[in-house]
Ligand binder design. Structure first.
Ligand SMILES: [Mn+2]
Length: 321
């Protein structure tokens, strides 16, 4: 994209609505803090909105004009004594409260009205600002999350931790929402109560106890809780799976080869006909690697954690989007 065109698009965004917008990233531990340097560099290049990096247990060793660094403390004072359960495991689970807490702190401490949250292992394309444009006006009292390409909540034999949360809340699954991913979402000030509930159930001793018990499904993350709370709020909007799971460089090249018409052997996604799915070696198992039909809707890659691969994929995006 030439820089003049990019600048006029940015101006259009800024004039569109009077909301103060920002990106939010949250990294705990040096490995994750170092991992986001490339993502922050991309946002500096592709967006004019500020980027807030909430971090703990480490140092931020990079700077960008758009970057606001905010150190925060993990609440380690909470000590759940759960019989037969290692306190260290409880502590690890407490890290699942970090995402909603960073969101709340951002809204409480800065004049930000609306933000897009991105996981530390996300890389974006220049289309990332379109999330504000396409979904900002649709936020009511819950965040709008990226949807999974399949419905994980209904595909395991064991009782899912989300169901335990629903039992405690006293509601049943709502048919209106699909499985949601917490790696990318947009939220605003009207979502404060959702964010508090999300944080509360992440640190609920009964839920933690279940998650760590042999009967519990192991997938206890902030994501299980977010899905349960989404049912509580009857979330009925999601962002299509416009982020592609990848863990190597080759799938990223493959995606752009497809958009450039160099290859054409991608299959349509059966439940999302506007999307294609990667397969074989290019796929992150199982069925996670999905791309939208149109390149303009493609938001980036998720799940790449190796520093060298991150660099290579970011270069590929810069060259070929
Ligand atoms: Mn992630």
């Amino acid at each position: 994209m030439d820089s003049q065109k990019k600048q006029s698009m940015k101006t259009a965004f800024l004039n569109l609505r009077n909301h103060r917008k920002a990106y939010l990233i949250c990294s705990v531990g040096q490995r994750y803090i170092d991992m986001v340097e490339e993502l922050v560099r991309q946002l500096d290049k592709y967006s004019s909105f500020p980027v807030f990096l909430y971090y703990s247990d480490g140092q931020v060793n990079f700077d960008f004009p758009n970057l606001i660094k905010q150190k925060f403390e993990i609440d380690s004072s909470i000590k759940y004594e759960i019989e037969g359960i290692n306190p260290e495991s409880v502590k690890t689970l407490m890290l699942t409260t970090v995402k909603p807490r960073a969101c709340k702190l951002l809204l409480e401490n800065y004049e930000v009205d609306e933000f897009v949250f991105l996981d530390s292992d996300v890389l974006v394309t220049p289309a990332i600002d379109s999330v504000f444009l396409n979904y900002g006006d649709s936020i009511s009292n819950f965040p709008i999350f990226l949807r999974y390409s399949w419905d994980w909540v209904t595909t395991n034999g064991k009782q899912h931790v989300a169901d335990i949360i629903l039992e405690r809340i006293g509601i049943s699954r709502a048919p209106t929402v699909t499985s949601l991913c917490t790696c990318l979402f947009i939220a605003n000030r009207n979502c404060k109560s959702f964010l508090s509930d999300w944080e509360k159930y992440c640190s609920d001793p009964e839920i933690i106890k279940f998650a760590l018990s042999p009967e519990g499904y192991g997938g206890f993350t902030d994501e299980s809780v977010a899905n349960a709370v989404a049912w509580l709020y009857r979330c009925n909007i999601s962002i299509p799976t416009n982020l592609c799971w990848a863990w190597k460089y080759e799938p990223a090249k493959y995606v752009f080869d497809f958009y450039d018409g160099i290859i054409s052997d991608l299959e349509r996604h059966t439940s999302q006909p506007t999307h294609y799915k990667l397969s074989g070696e290019n796929e992150v198992p199982f069925g996670l690697s999905v791309i939208p039909e149109r390149k303009n809707n493609f938001l980036g890659f998720h799940f790449i954690k190796d520093p060298e691969t991150i660099k290579k994929v970011a270069e590929e995006i810069e060259k070929r989007f």
